[in-house]
Design a protein around this ligand. Structure first.
Ligand code: HEC
Ligand code: HEC
Length: 302
């Protein structure tokens, strides 16, 4: 019996296989525990990054964004808000196609130093050293981790609790930049939009500035030869509009230019293509008609 288990060639072979199996099992166990160890390490590391971010935030950001990122009226927008984290909220309104993480880290690193016509008292400063700011790349990462860490809390807020503050310069009326609207179903949202359009009739002058037509177009009567920043001068549009497109009256042409800017593109602006294409959604029918009439009025009041 003993001889069989210890010295026979078959037994040696079996012992060999057994030993290898044990070896493999031990190796697997080590690998598995290494995995959990690594995972624990990552959590630990992320935790530290968020902690560093919290300190950096307290020192650099609270004066405009508030102690917990709820924003401060007139100083800085809320970040710890439903609107900011909600998929169809802030990012959709500004047309950002990347991730929220990229949006946050890029905004922190680059800031928005040259932004004009914003409702806040000061601009968002540049922080990343690659853009000439005071913080290193890893500090920007820590701040990003800290801001993103609010996600769960921010999304759990009710419409009343959400500290959002509307942005006037996005592809969505300020009335719709809040949790109460974002939580509606798509049909309810469509109804709310229609109701809003029906009760809100803003004057052409008001729209000209609030919809930033003025940022691209020049309508100053005394500057008919001066191009707008990025769109055609329209001070004497009433003289040209009727002959722009064959078959369209001046009114029809201007109406079409506002609701469907690419239908006819004014020569030398082909490459520009910057006229927003969503005015038909943002403005009511009456508002668009009002703008058309105002733009074509030779005695227009500025
Ligand atoms: C001087 C005031 C000020 C300080 C300090 C400041 N911010 Fe801002 N921040 C702003 C303003 C104003 C905006 C909105 C800019 C705009 O209108 O687009 C903004 C925008 C942002 C946004 C994008 C918000 C959005 O909805 O698009 C993020 C993220 C942000 N800040 C993070 C930070 C962090 C992190 C810090 C600290 C390192 C910081 N900010 C410090 C004023 C400030
Ligand atoms: C971001 C820049 C931009 C904004 C904002 C903008 N436009 Fe334009 N617009 C353009 C450009 C560029 C063109 C020329 C290309 C084209 O015809 O589509 C143009 C063309 C037009 C034309 C045709 C002008 C002509 O000489 O035939 C009208 C009318 C017009 N815009 C009205 C408006 C009104 C009204 C608003 C605001 C509700 C507005 N635009 C906002 C850039 C802009």
């Amino acid at each position: 019996m003993y001889r069989f288990f210890v010295t026979s060639p078959i037994a040696k072979l079996l012992w060999g296989i057994l030993a290898s199996l044990v070896g493999i099992i031990v190796l697997l166990l080590v690998l598995v525990s290494e995995d959990t160890r690594m995972a624990a390490q990552t959590v630990n590391w992320e935790g530290r990054s968020i902690e560093n971010g919290a300190t950096l935030f307290a020192n650099n950001c609270t004066r405009c964004h508030g102690p917990n990122g709820q924003g401060l009226p007139g100083l800085g927008p809320a970040l710890n808000s439903f609107y900011f984290f909600m998929e169809k909220g802030r990012l959709q309104d500004i047309g950002w196609v990347g991730s929220l993480e990229d949006y946050v880290s890029l905004t922190i690193a680059a800031g928005r130093p040259s932004k004009t016509n914003s409702p806040w008292a000061e601009v968002m400063p540049t922080w990343g050293s690659q853009f000439g700011g005071p913080l290193r790349g890893d500090q920007v990462e820590d701040l990003t981790a800290y801001v993103l860490n609010w996600r769960e809390f921010a999304l759990a807020q009710t419409a009343e609790e959400d500290p959002f503050q509307p942005f006037p310069d996005v592809n969505n009326a300020v009335e719709f930049q809040n949790a109460a609207f974002l939580l509606l179903s798509e049909e309810e949202q469509a109804i709310a939009r229609e109701e809003f359009k029906a009760r809100n009739i803003r004057s052409p002058q008001e729209l000209w500035t609030s919809e930033v037509c003025s940022a691209c177009h020049n309508i100053n009567e005394r500057q008919v030869d001066v191009r707008g920043q990025s769109g055609p001068n329209m001070a004497d549009l009433y003289e040209r509009a009727g002959s722009r497109v064959e078959g369209l009256t001046a009114e029809e042409y201007v109406y079409e230019s506002i609701v469907d800017p690419t239908a006819f593109v004014v020569a030398s602006y082909e490459a520009a293509g910057q006229m927003p294409e969503n005015f038909a959604e943002k403005l009511s029918e009456d508002e668009i008609r009002g703008l058309v009439e105002w733009l074509l009025d030779p005695n227009r009041e500025p």
